[in-house]
Ligand binder design. Structure first.
Ligand code: SAM
Length: 501
């Protein structure tokens, strides 16, 4: 589980997102997307007069959640709220939650426990009057997947919570805020029955050089392990005109890299008469003047076609990286997972990517210990790693989730066995990454620089293949620039080098 925090940095213009915890022991590889704390410009910030109130927002989970928090912050800033650094300083405390695995969901309740007000003088429990506000007047809100999943029960478990809103209802946030401001002490937005996407002025972004851009929300795939269709609702694509207008705004604000987001980003279907499919939209975004790099995540293998690889080949702005979650190497398990492809069909997609004219880095997600996974199934996943030769993998122990078909299947795998399989898989993948990264020693890569270390002449950034490169340069000012870096050393998760000047 990954946890992020939007922080105010003092001048009313900058926020930053801190990676607070990356518990490697939980089986998740370190996610390079969130490895550094970075200043963020509050771009497009409407000059809303202060309403005298402050907010704090903490994000758990995936890039989609990080970007949702950026949008929620935008809604609040536009209403005159000001972002603060710590929950104790805020009038409004929001937790944007993740429920993809049980541990992530539990974390939120432990956070909420920390905000529990002391019993009042008469000894009664906070919120026992039925009011949902903390006694100190703070308004506490739970957003995102746990909000959608637990719904009204959150008020029962933490009566000091005032707002519960799932991501499919974020378009109702301004209205819910109005109700809170009007004195209503318990408000909820939980409808999944929506055709709307969450359109808002995005005012804060987690990285001044790379911007997230949602193109599709929700998911219709219904994998038997996954809560996403239940927590984020059905697939809703934004119009290509809205996406392209946002891409142009980002370029004008001098973002040179954009990352198109969706739970199944390549299932995009333009609802407007332009009728663009994912590939056409991808190319159109790449052609926006000023945009130098375009990434996209997450692709579902079912909708991953040769056309996308052809576009990457034809269009230099499209990055040399595809994240293509496989989940398992066993067709039997894939069928139980309702993934809609076989091992062979998935490997054909990998072969398609390997036949591209330029080397495309491939990363994946894998679940071990899915109900009924035998030792032979697991061996098939290991052998798939040998064939696919991934450049990175996020790997997880299966976690039974509410409202999913696999939740109470009888043949659950014991935790200890899941842990054993995960350790074996991660060690194998580590060795593959070491070998693949070592093959880059001696090469020169272009790096978009996003971090300067305290030591001054040390910098870090990413290649088009999404590898983290730490490098030295005598130059004084490199942030946001593209540097040519010669690779001198390689580890499993990053490269080391020096700038070629
Ligand atoms: N929508 C994407 C897809 O279907 O490929 C990714 C969604 S999810 C946010 C990211 C990853 O979490 C999944 O690819 C999967 O590997 C993992 N995951 C989802 N549900 C899980 C569960 N119940 N237990 C363990 N891992 C899970």
């Amino acid at each position: 589980m990954l946890e992020l925090k939007l922080q105010f940095m003092g001048n009313g213009i900058d926020v930053r997102i801190d990676a607070l915890s990356l518990p490697l022991g939980s089986g998740q590889d370190r996610d390079p997307n969130f490895a550094t704390a970075r200043p963020v410009r509050l771009t497009e910030m409407p000059a809303a007069p202060s309403n005298g109130r402050t907010f704090y927002i903490e994000t758990f989970g995936c890039q989609m959640n990080v970007h949702d928090s950026e949008k929620v912050a935008g809604v609040l800033l536009a209403r005159g709220y000001r972002l603060v650094e710590r929950p104790e300083e805020a009038d409004l405390v929001f937790y944007n939650t993740c429920s993809i695995r049980e541990k992530a969901a539990q974390k939120v309740f432990s956070r909420l426990g920390q905000l529990k007000p002391a019993p009042n003088r008469h000894g009664s429990e906070p919120g026992s009057s039925g009011a949902g506000t903390a006694q100190d007047g703070r308004v506490i809100g739970v957003l995102g997947c746990v909000a959608q999943q637990e719904g009204e029960e959150i008020f029962g478990r933490a009566p000091w919570v005032s707002l519960v809103c799932g991501s499919a209802s974020y378009s109702r946030l301004p209205q819910l805020l109005e109700e809170l401001e009007g004195g209503n002490r318990r408000v909820m937005g939980l409808s999944l029955d929506t055709e709307e996407t969450f359109e808002t002025e995005v005012t804060s972004r987690d990285n001044p050089y790379r911007a997230y851009l949602t193109i599709i929300e929700g998911c219709d795939k219904h994998c038997s392990f996954c809560v996403v269709p239940h927590t984020r609702g059905p697939e809703r694509s934004r119009s290509s005109a809205a996406v392209l207008a946002e891409a142009r705004r980002l370029a004008e604000m001098s973002y040179s890299e954009v990352q198109l987001l969706g739970q199944t980003v390549n299932s995009y279907r333009d609802p407007s008469p332009h009728g663009m499919n994912f590939t056409r939209l991808l190319v159109a975004v790449a052609q926006v003047p000023g945009i130098r790099r375009v990434r996209f995540t997450t692709s579902h293998p079912r909708d991953f076609h040769q056309e996308i690889v052809n576009a990457i080949d034809a269009c230099p702005q499209l990055c040399d990286h595809v994240h293509l979650p496989v989940q398992s190497g066993s067709t039997r398990v894939l069928q139980a997972m309702q993934r809609t492809y076989t091992r062979e069909e998935y490997l054909e997609k990998i072969a398609m990517l390997r036949r591209a004219r330029r080397p495309i880095s491939i990363t994946t997600d894998i679940i071990v210990g899915f109900p009924g996974e035998t030792e032979a199934d697991f061996e098939e996943t290991l052998s798939l790693l040998d064939i696919a030769q991934y450049d990175g993998a996020f790997s997880f122990k299966y976690s039974p989730r509410p409202n999913t078909p696999a939740e109470d299947w009888p043949d659950q795998i014991p935790e200890e066995e899941k842990g054993r399989r995960l350790a074996i898989l991660q060690e194998k993948q580590r060795q593959i990454q070491i070998a693949r990264n070592e093959a880059l020693v001696g090469q020169t890569c272009e790096v978009l620089v996003d971090t300067r270390s305290a030591r001054g002449n040390q910098w870090a950034g990413r290649t088009t293949s999404n590898r983290v490169v730490n490098f030295t340069s005598p130059r004084e000012s490199l942030l946001g620039e593209y540097a040519q870096v010669r690779i001198t050393r390689a580890g499993p998760n990053s490269l080391v080098g020096g700038e070629v000047i």
